[in-house]
Design a protein. Sequence first.
Length: 176
Amino acid sequence: MEDKSYKEYLEHISTFILDVDGVLTDGTVTIMTNGDMLRRMNIKDGYALKIAKDAGYNICIISGGNNLGVQKRLEGLGITDIYLGAHHKIDQFEIYLNEKSIKPENVLYMGDDIPDIPVMKLVGLPTCPQDAAIEVKGISKYVSHKLGGKGAVRDVIEQVMKVQDKWNGNFDAKYD
């Protein structure tokens, strides 16, 4: 359920922490005959992540999945704080905040399913894609109108950066 007052939190966000499957991807995998599992990521989400990183925001990925392709894609966007294979996400969340001296109230977290809930309960702005689990929607202060892997990450990053007057369309980021 979307809380209309979520916008008041946007100006305080310095950090984006995101899940991967169902947030940066649409939550489906293509299983190859050799066992590899392929995921698709949205280019517009990637662009927004790159712009946010270049603008000085902290970007962290915490995912239960452990896919080398996902890691390479995120590293290609300049993201270095990547925790894959994180089955107890709250542990990595606490380590990350302590290492970076980040206050939980300055964090926007986007998750889509039950394993995200413990972290979402601790952050200033818990968010989710439109197709998130009902339990996640219930604790989110903002539910994107976009689906996971279909621009939900771009939606929240753009909103934060616009409120903070950092999204002006004049970007010099080198993007691949």
